[in-house]
Design a protein around this ligand. Structure first.
Ligand SMILES: Cc1ncc(COP(=O)(O)O)c(C=O)c1O
Length: 419
């Protein structure tokens, strides 16, 4: 009994320690974000323990009347925010929204084209992930390592040659808008559906600060609700099609296809996050991209090797830096050193790397620092902290103090309603 209680205390202590670690440091992982006080209220609610299956008004459980109001508001807000005729807000993650889209639009044994994981594609686009689970025959796009995007002519030629039933576009390393229109034209020519995985860039798309996949040929857009879109953990499934049969297929692929009950408290959190996005999202999205550009330029000025210089380094929330030769593990070493000073990032494979656990690069994201109110001048301060640690070799405990000091001026979440 005491041991069990001790374990519970140990867990809660670690939860609090994690909060302090992030709250006094610089959270710069490109797939993360912080939720607003009102979203937190929705998530930490009685809905946490409740069940719903089906869609608003068509339920298998009693007790859903209030939740029907919540989910209906979330669906309508998602349609407005993403400018989409169809939205399903139930997927419990970006991966689950990908599984649902693949289930709706492919059959086992079909061919699919996608970005390879070595070039920044997500594991759910790979044989080891959702694509393999659906039994699809994968061919990956030729990659333009200078432009950090699929080699558009070769990718279109590949789509025409392979004649897949699905062309999947999108990735986890996402510096620039994908050449979607050209790839979608090639895909539609051979009768393929086009799925755009916007997990990383969904908030930038919704804020009008990136590309507009539903207007550039995507039949369906999938994504996480907690990366650049600043909501609770979860996913969205979107389409601008008014084809009721397709909409029904997408809904059925979510339930019963890939979920039974889903996370009602997260749906409520998504609804609140969507409302806040309608009020503040355009500014947040543009500020996030401006900060990424400022951070990239400042890191280059400090002497770092920042990728894609010829294209202005980035047009998203992400920045990529190279810290040594391919497969040297220099990215892993840099990420570990940064964390000792309270700067949280992740190592990342860059063109030339072949080993995911010893890559040469780092992937940085500016969305969370932006949400805390940092701007381009703070990005210069952040770059200087990187230089002191990784180039000057200054003691991490001294740099940690300055990280703490910088962060202390940016404790609260911005771009949201007051609690
Ligand atoms: C491109 C892409 N798709 C899907 C996902 C999966 O999202 P989630 O972590 O919400 O399952 C990720 C996660 O990083 C991603 O980068």
């Amino acid at each position: 009994m005491d041991g069990a209680r001790d374990m519970a205390e140990a867990v809660l202590n670690a939860v609090e320690a994690s909060g302090r670690h992030y709250g006094t440091g610089l959270p710069m992982i490109a797939s993360e974000n912080v939720i607003s006080p009102l979203v937190r209220r929705a998530v930490d609610s009685d809905l946490h323990g409740r069940y719903a299956e089906g869609l608003p008004g068509k339920r298998y459980y009693q007790g859903c009347e209030d939740f029907d109001t919540i989910e209906s508001l979330a669906i309508e807000a998602a349609k407005r925010v993403f400018n989409a005729r169809f939205a399903n807000v139930q997927p419990t993650s970006g991966t689950v929204s990908n599984m649902a889209a693949l289930k709706a639009l492919t059959k086992p044994g079909d061919r699919i084209t996608a970005v390879s994981t070595a070039d920044g594609g997500h594991i759910s686009h790979a044989r080891m992930g959702a694509v393999g689970l659906r039994g699809l025959d994968l061919t990956t796009y030729p990659w333009d390592a200078e432009r950090m995007e699929p080699d558009v002519d070769a990718a279109c030629a590949l789509i025409r040659e392979v004649e897949p039933s699905m062309a999947l576009v999108g990735a986890s390393v996402f510096l620039f808008p994908m050449p979607l229109q050209e790839m979608a034209d090639a895909a539609h020519e051979v009768g393929a559906h086009v799925m755009y995985d916007g997990a990383h860039v969904l908030g930038l798309i919704a804020g009008g600060a990136f590309q507009d996949p539903l207007r550039e040929g995507a039949d369906v857009v999938t994504g996480s609700s907690h990366k650049t879109f600043p909501g609770p953990q979860g996913g969205f499934l979107l389409s601008d099609s008014d084809d009721e049969q397709l909409q029904r297929k997408l809904n059925t692929a979510v339930f019963p296809g890939t979920n039974s009950s889903y996370h009602l408290h997260h749906v409520a959190g998504k609804a609140v996050a969507l409302a806040e996005f309608e009020a503040f999202g355009v500014d947040y999205a543009h500020d996030t991209v401006a900060n990424a550009k400022a951070l990239a330029a400042a890191l280059a000025a400090e002497g770092f090797d920042v990728l894609a210089e010829d294209r202005g380094y980035t047009a998203s929330h992400q920045v990529l830096t190279r810290h040594g030769t391919s497969d040297s593990g220099a990215g892993r070493h840099a990420a570990a050193l940064l964390e000792t000073a309270g700067i949280v990032t992740n190592m990342n494979m860059l063109p030339g790397d072949t080993k995911a656990m010893s890559p040469s690069g780092l992937r940085l994201g500016t969305q969370e620092l932006t949400r805390h109110g940092m701007g381009p001048s703070e990005m210069e301060e952040v770059a200087a902290l990187y230089r002191r640690l990784l180039i000057d070799g200054e003691d991490a405990t001294r740099v940690r103090l300055d990280v703490r000091e910088l962060r202390s001026g940016f404790a609260d979440v911005q771009y949201c309603f007051e609690a």
